[in-house]
Design a protein around this ligand. Structure first.
Ligand SMILES: Nc1ncnc2c1ncn2[C@@H]1O[C@H](COP(=O)(O)OP(=O)(O)OP(=O)(O)O)[C@@H](O)[C@H]1O
Length: 594
């Protein structure tokens, strides 16, 4: 348990660690006030049952005479009122501490989710090629919430109520060592035995809960993500069947762990009542009169009233910590395996302005866990202001090469050199500012057309004249004005479901142009367009060709025909280069493609 708490503290953000330390002071105060309140009630009942105690008990006698009391009645009244005030104060402190503890736990869960999202977002692109998006979503949402309810909150309760148990036991020991030792021994012993017996099971539940949650999230992602195919094939039941057992397992595990954490209380309460009867009889049998038996029994009642519930909270906290251990480890591993997020500079990075050429020198790349290299020994030069086409069969390495040019993938070998300057960590952001990119499949957010074209720009800072100009170039302006109900203010639906593939692609092109990039990279950007629209879009793109450098991947050779240079890839290598006519005249491979 100690180990789990230490690992949790190490995982918290420094700010949360400081807040936790402050909270601990409040927790100590709570433990003290709870014990003190109860500790005052006992002498009160002792005096009530045996008024002679005022004279016999030196401490009580000193207070009685010191404060100038003359009759037992008024002394008892004041004593009772003070004890009541202390109990009320203890209750107020407890309410405040409980509120603060919950606030702390939930806020640290929020910050954990935020840190996880930030850590993931700042990872290199290659990280996302290796991880499932559903797994990341689960970590950010479900796991950070589990960390709150199974680790941080129970951890706080364990610390708080261990203190209450210790101080309460101290008071009981001072009042009646015999009763305190026998009661403490029985309650403590029972909890230790039950915890030992259920420890392994709880840890296993934690691991299985993690697996079940992964399965739940993954089946939801596949089912909703592939809804079109699933509906068409009528496979809804397949995904329901995948989701159902995982969800049921998660529910069952949560129920079992909650029951395991809570149920000892009832067993111990039953034992405690049996014990009270036995103790009363035992005390009487040892020859103590009823008045003498009462203090011993009140120590016992105190145990029932405070010690058992507090010990129960410690126990259920420990049980939850046992379950939460695997989620804690999973989050820790993720932080350990990822690069700590380096905040991107908040000052606006100036876009690089390539003036002469973009050179790829001996570039090679292998995807993680793949034996084969995706591209190898690629050396080529792209003159600034020219347009180049990348062609090649499927799997030839075109997208990989473009991702390297975009700085999304870092070459395993070789380098990209812009005007003689190699691109590295220090100038990557500036290089990326110079790029406009149109991917094969365009991501659209469920916002307006204008916000999608100016993606990432705050609504009130969008330059509408520029949006329209880019939409015109991408041949989508007329459609937006004539067919969309609110023109540029029309929402496009989740992932752009209200648009056709070609319309989405043209919005993607307008988006790339909005940044006014000096290098425009198009990956199969016009493949979803009909021939006439493609021709019109390509004419607009080609019209930019002497202001911008254009790099495009295309399967249709007619698309790359006007390019100044065509690079042909095959099995990850550059096999031919030249203009369309040169290649037609010299390359058998190219001729075959044509
Ligand atoms: N994320 C990935 N993980 C592992 N291997 C990959 C990954 N992406 C691509 N590859 C491999 O790298 C090689 C080149 O793929 P790439 O996508 O660059 O080809 P391409 O020429 O763009 O193909 P296409 O025209 O079909 O899109 C292929 O062998 C492919 O299997």
């Amino acid at each position: 348990m100690w180990n789990t708490l230490v690992r949790t503290v190490a995982l918290l953000a420094p700010k949360d660690r400081r807040r936790g330390a402050h909270l601990l002071v409040l927790v100590v105060l709570m433990a003290m006030s709870e014990t003190f309140g109860i500790a005052m009630l006992l002498p009160f009942f002792m005096v009530l049952s045996r008024p002679q105690m005022i004279e016999i008990q030196p401490a009580i006698s000193a207070i009685y005479h010191g404060l100038g009391f003359t009759d037992h009645h008024s002394f008892l009244l004041v004593f009772g009122l003070v004890a009541f005030a202390v109990v009320v104060l203890a209750a107020v402190i407890r309410i405040a501490t409980t509120f603060m503890m919950n606030l702390f736990a939930q806020k640290s869960g929020h910050r954990m989710a935020e840190r996880l999202l930030e850590t993931y977002l700042r990872q290199p692109y290659v990280f996302f090629l290796q991880r499932h998006s559903s797994e990341l979503t689960k970590k950010i949402t479900a796991d950070s919430q589990m960390l709150v309810s199974y680790v941080v909150q129970p951890g706080m309760y364990v610390i708080a109520y261990t203190l209450v148990v210790i101080t309460m036991t101290g008071v009981m020991l001072a009042l009646d060592p015999f009763v305190a030792l026998s009661v403490g021994g029985v309650i403590g012993g029972m909890y230790v035995l039950i915890f030992r017996a259920s420890k392994r099971m709880l840890a296993r539940i934690g691991q299985e809960l993690d697996v079940a949650n992964n399965q739940r999230f993954s089946s939801i992602e596949v089912a909703i993500g592939g809804i079109k195919d699933i509906k068409l094939m009528g496979r809804e039941d397949v995904y329901l069947d995948q989701f159902r057992p995982a969800s049921l397992r998660a529910a069952r595990h949560q129920a079992i762990s909650a029951a395991l954490a809570e149920s000892p209380r009832y067993l111990i309460e039953a034992v405690a009542i049996g014990g009270a009867l036995t103790l009363a009889l035992l005390l009487l049998a040892t020859g103590r009169g009823t008045a003498l038996v009462l203090p011993g029994l009140s120590v016992y009642a105190l145990a029932g009233y405070k010690l058992i519930p507090s010990a129960q909270r410690v126990f259920s906290g420990l049980s939850n910590l046992q379950v939460g251990d695997s989620v804690l480890n999973a989050i820790r591993d993720d932080f350990a395996q990822t690069v700590p997020p380096q905040p991107r500079s908040t000052t606006l990075v100036e876009a690089m302005q390539p003036a002469r050429e973009i050179v790829l020198r001996d570039v090679g790349f292998s995807y993680p866990n793949m034996r084969k290299t995706a591209i190898e020994g690629i050396t080529l030069s792209i003159g600034v202001g020219t347009s180049v086409g990348l062609i090649g069969g499927t799997g030839a390495g075109k997208t990989t090469l473009v991702d390297i040019i975009l700085g999304l993938l870092r070459p395993s070998e070789g380098a990209i050199i812009v005007d003689g300057v190699p691109i590295d960590e220090s100038n990557l952001q500036s290089w990326q500012q110079a790029l406009g990119y149109v991917p094969q499949s365009i991501f659209l957010a469920d916002t307006t057309v204008a916000e999608n074209i100016a993606l990432g720009v705050r609504k009130d800072s969008i330059d509408m004249a520029k949006v329209e100009e880019c939409a015109r170039m991408a041949q989508i302006h007329d459609f937006v004005l004539s067919d969309m109900s609110d023109a540029y203010e029309t929402r496009v639906g989740e992932r752009g479901v209200r648009l056709s593939g070609g319309q989405r692609q043209r919005i993607g092109i307008a988006r790339a142009l909005y940044r006014d990039p000096s290098v425009l990279v198009l990956d199969e950007a016009t493949s979803a367009l009909d021939t006439l629209t493609e021709k019109a879009v390509m004419e607009s793109v080609q019209a930019l060709s002497h202001q911008k450098t254009i790099i495009m991947i295309a399967h249709r050779l007619t698309t790359v025909r006007p390019c100044d240079t065509i690079f042909m890839l095959d099995k990850g290598r550059l096999v031919e280069q030249g203009s369309y006519d040169e290649l037609l005249a010299t390359s058998r491979k190219f001729k075959a493609m044509v």
